[in-house]
Design a protein around this ligand. Structure first.
Ligand code: ADP
Length: 426
């Protein structure tokens, strides 16, 4: 059987976020970590999301990984390719959204694609090409202080124009009010003018549905998981798949409960403070990690002790912007990030080995590092905790029961996300 949707996601949490929305729309979805090296059984799968770690590497690495994923998905017969990036358009003037979209378009021989980052249910909307997070413009949302890809401009046509070799158009809200037909006519006109990328406004689900209706037969679409929520209805309308009611059913969870956080996003900092009202935590300091191994072992012993007693706990490097900047100035941006990611990955490996069975990871890059260290190749997507974040399950070598895993992208989740996530699992 051929899969309907083949997605290429530029980070792990983003991949899960998309997969979550596909499952909620009744698509049986498998998330694979990187391009599978061995053939997979995809008979009962409607959509596959390939999770890459291509958001913050060089543009040429991101292009080459994405083209590998594209070729694999084409070999599985995917009817439509979806390039998934963050709803806050995480990128830098060098990429990687523009160069990857350029390369995918070229490889597919397609003339045009859309850019639809909006995820209205999570407060990410686009109006006149400007991205908002809640009621703030992107560059005033906290994202301007992101450790790896600070977003200092909310005008996405301008942002993408710096990254892509082709001119960028806009499908604005007034056109979308005319529905899918009007949107398609506008896209066709843009195509005639050589506008190969079109940033799409979207304020709500109706706008996303109009866009989905306009682009369902495009070889390539790009955007956030909001578009992923809208597309399945269009696929169903064409008889490409039929809705599965229990597409997100998982085995019961078991084992110790641990949160590991490397996300310094505003939402995560609030969620950590809330969790610490109920449970204990250990704050990892990159400067202390750099100084000696003692700090890591202190964290490990702290966690071991509590996991053994069955109490949920958190180990976090997450810190406010001034502390992050201090570490980055002393150690370098990449080195401080790598140090934190390596420490969290080693903690995860050791503690899962010792009985942690319910693990929450906060941060896109952080999740990528930990999931790779755990050797996880594929995730079954389960029920949603908060918009964009489902529980998932993975098989781990040496464990008879699957590991329950939640990958939370920085800005996602309500204030009580961590405590509630464990409750939802009961
Ligand atoms: P988010 O999803 O919030 O963007 P990420 O995990 O993708 O979170 O990115 C956060 C980055 O910041 C990671 O590379 C992480 O290792 C790094 N980091 C976390 N804590 C600190 C800190 N205290 N100092 C410097 N860098 C940090």
């Amino acid at each position: 059987m051929k899969i309907v949707l083949g997605a290429i996601a530029d980070d792990f949490t983003g991949a899960t976020d998309l997969a979550n929305n596909l499952v909620r729309e009744g698509m049986r979805t498998l998330q694979v970590i990187g391009v599978p090296a061995t053939p997979l059984q995809l008979d009962d799968v409607d959509a596959v999301v390939v999770a890459l770690k291509s958001r913050s590497c060089t543009a040429s690495q991101a292009v080459s990984q994405s083209l590998d994923a594209l070729n694999w998905l084409k070999a599985q017969g995917a009817r439509q390719i979806f390039f998934k990036y963050c709803s806050t358009f995480d990128s830098t003037p060098r990429g990687n959204i523009g160069p990857v979209a350029d390369a995918l378009l070229e490889s597919l021989g397609a003339s045009q694609t859309v850019m639809v980052p909006a995820f209205p249910v999570n407060g990410r909307t686009v109006y006149q090409g400007h991205l908002f997070v809640g009621d703030r413009l992107l560059n005033d949302s906290g994202m301007e202080q992101h450790p790896l890809n600070p977003m200092t401009d909310a005008d996405l046509v301008r942002v993408l124009s710096q990254q892509s070799k082709w001119p960028v158009g806009l499908l604005n809200h007034s056109v979308l009010k005319g529905g899918a037909t009007a949107a398609r006519a506008h896209l066709d006109q843009a195509n005639d003018k050589g506008l190969r990328h079109v940033i799409c406004d979207s304020l709500d689900e109706d706008d996303l549905q109009a866009i989905a209706g306009a682009v369902v037969d495009f070889p390539l679409v790009t955007g956030g998981s909001g578009l992923g929520q809208a597309l399945p209805a269009e696929y169903r309308g064409r008889g490409w798949f039929s809705h599965t009611a229990d597409a997100g059913q998982l085995e019961p969870a078991s084992g110790g409960a641990l949160v590991l956080s490397g996300s310094c996003s505003r939402a995560t900092l609030v969620q950590i403070a809330d969790f610490l009202k109920h449970y204990e935590g250990f704050a990892l300091d990159p400067l202390a990690l750099a100084a000696s191994d003692a700090h890591y072992h202190e964290a490990l012993n702290f966690a071991r002790d509590r996991v053994g007693r069955g109490v949920p706990l958190i180990v976090y490097a997450s810190a406010a912007a001034d502390r992050v900047q201090q570490a980055q100035e002393r150690l370098g941006v990449t080195a401080s990030g790598d140090l934190v990611e390596a420490a969290l990955a080693n903690l995860a490996k050791t503690l899962v080995n010792e009985g942690v069975g319910r693990l929450i990871l906060a941060g896109g890059e952080t999740s990528g590092a930990v999931v790779s260290a755990l050797g996880i190749k594929a995730l079954r997507i389960g029920s949603q905790i908060d918009p964009g974040v489902p529980w998932t399950q993975a098989q781990i070598d040496g464990r008879d029961k699957p590991l329950s895993l939640a990958l939370k992208s920085g800005n996602f989740g309500a204030e009580n996300f961590f405590t509630r996530a464990f409750e939802v699992l009961q």
